[in-house]
Design a protein around this ligand. Structure first.
Ligand SMILES: [Zn+2]
Length: 498
């Protein structure tokens, strides 16, 4: 037996695209760890890549770094940014003479030119390393998984939880299966099928239809030793592209009869389809929320569901501000991306009073408001997460102005900001102790951080991230539920590569 360690190339390219956002995601939106530092940085991380690195290092594998790049959800990645990041991985694969490649991919990344950046990346990697070299990947469960993409991989697996709490375990699982493949030469047999449907909410894994589907999948994997792993991909419902839909992937052992894996995939897909009408949630309007929570000593934190930056929206809606100012009986604290209003404040300077149009400058169909206030602060920088989600993590605020009026205080930013944490206000110098209403551009994760201020609720608001597929111009993925009437044939196919 050879004592020479296996050499595995590792890399990460991670962005979830909102395919209908008019605001592209440029290179500056990515946090990049270059080859020289990515192993040390990512070894500490709770990411899929962190799980891959720790598992492979513990097994004595020699890691070959390429690049690790992550950006928040947003519009399509610019061709330049994708070219730069993907070239680093492909060039490393060309020169590394690795025994295998292990990747951390979101799986739902689109560029200005590509409906699936991951399909492009894996196709180029195969062109460089050939059909035999093992390539494995861990995915977010909101990936745009297709048979074309998955057949380029020898093993892949998605998170099993939403909200996502198992990225590192996913990396560990992927690395463990890679090690088995390297030691035995065996390749697991993958079976995949697409379910032509979009979800419209109610898609957390701890409750609702997905809870039952994951429970039955785990029971089946536990009961059959020839079943290796399953993934249920619930595609991010804000992209269009060929084969967009739900995906089910089951791997069986290399030489096992195919029935178990294919049957499990078929059953899970049928369960998804049968539950299609249950993947919907209905939300109160802003006026409903205000009526339900009378003014009190506690703040209400309202998630602006239609304009969730955490789901890729531009963060420029002022719908909630407009409703609250029109009523005139509460004070509201809001964060709004509006590059022009930011510039007007910056030009006016700290201490100046001005009247300005605010919001609705990026998302089609929204309406701006006109507000008057004093420029309290101009800044540029970042904020630190206080709450459980990404606690201690530093996120970009970028250039911003704080404008304060009679019934409002607004943090006006040049770019969209993830605002699931009070840090985005506190580190911009905006205290929250006396707020009546705090607006965040998040649908779920903010509850973990804002509950100390009072009730946290989400409201139905206009914008690009409400679950209203009939308002978005889907074309390439049609026919698809709920936009079309169809009766799908749900039959898993073995993933094969030429
Ligand atoms: Zn996700």
């Amino acid at each position: 037996m050879s004592t020479k360690p296996y050499r595995v190339l590792v890399g990460q390219i991670f962005q979830e695209t909102h395919g209908f956002s008019p605001v592209p995601t440029p290179m500056r939106a990515f946090e990049v760890d270059p080859a020289s530092s990515m192993i040390d940085t990512q070894r500490q991380s709770d990411s899929t890549l962190g799980g891959i690195i720790r598992t492979l290092e513990a097994a004595g594998v020699e890691l070959i770094p390429s690049i690790a790049a992550r950006a928040r959800c947003g519009g399509k990645v610019t061709n330049e940014a994708y070219a730069e990041i993907s070239a680093a991985i492909v060039a490393a694969a060309e020169h590394a003479q690795a025994d295998a490649i292990a990747l951390d991919l979101h799986g739902c990344m689109q560029t200005e030119a590509l409906d699936s950046a991951e399909l492009d990346l894996l196709t180029r990697l195969r062109a460089v390393v050939g059909p035999r070299l093992p390539i494995v990947a861990g995915f977010d469960l909101h990936a745009h998984a297709t048979a074309d993409m998955l057949s380029l991989l020898d093993f892949s697996s998605a998170y099993k939880t939403n909200p996502h709490a198992d990225a590192a375990q996913t990396g560990q699982r992927v690395a463990d299966h890679l090690l088995h493949m390297l030691r035995t030469g065996e390749r697991p047999a993958g079976y995949f099928l697409r379910v032509p449907m979009l979800t419209s909410g109610n898609d957390e894994t701890g409750t609702g239809p997905l809870h039952a589907i994951h429970q039955s999948a785990q029971a089946a994997i536990g009961a059959h030793t020839d079943l290796i792993d399953y993934s249920v991909f619930n595609v991010n419902p804000f992209i269009d592209g060929p084969q967009v839909g739900q995906g089910v992937l089951v791997y069986g052992a290399a030489n096992a009869p195919p029935d178990h894996a294919a049957n499990l995939a078929n059953t899970l897909a049928q369960n998804l389809w049968d539950a299609r009408a249950a993947f919907v949630h209905t939300l109160p309007t802003i006026d409903d929320v205000i009526a339900r929570y009378p003014r009190s000593a506690q703040a209400i934190t309202i998630g602006d569901f239609g304009d969730r930056v955490l789901a890729g929206a531009p963060g420029d809606s002022v719908h909630i501000l407009d409703r609250v100012l029109t009523r005139g009986d509460r004070h509201i604290t809001i964060i709004v991306a509006d590059p022009d209003a930011y510039l007007r404040c910056a030009e006016a300077g700290v201490g100046a009073t001005l009247e300005t149009s605010l919001g609705a400058s990026l998302t089609p169909g929204l309406t701006p408001v006109t507000v008057s206030g004093r420029v309290n602060h101009i800044g540029d920088g970042s904020f630190t997460n206080r709450g459980q989600f990404m606690k201690g993590g530093v996120l970009r605020l970028g250039p911003y102005a704080v404008l304060a009026g009679k019934h409002f205080i607004a943090v006006i930013t040049q770019d969209a900001v993830m605002s699931q944490d009070p840090g985005c206000y506190l580190d911009a110098g905006v205290p929250l102790d006396n707020a009546d209403i705090i607006v965040v551009k998040s649908g779920y994760h903010f509850k973990l951080a804002f509950q100390g201020y009072g009730p946290c609720v989400i409201a139905e608001t206009p914008g690009l991230t409400g679950f209203a597929p009939d308002t978005l111009p889907f074309s390439k993925c049609r026919p698809i539920y709920p936009l079309d009437r169809l009766t799908p044939v749900l039959e898993a196919q073995r993933l094969t590569r030429g």
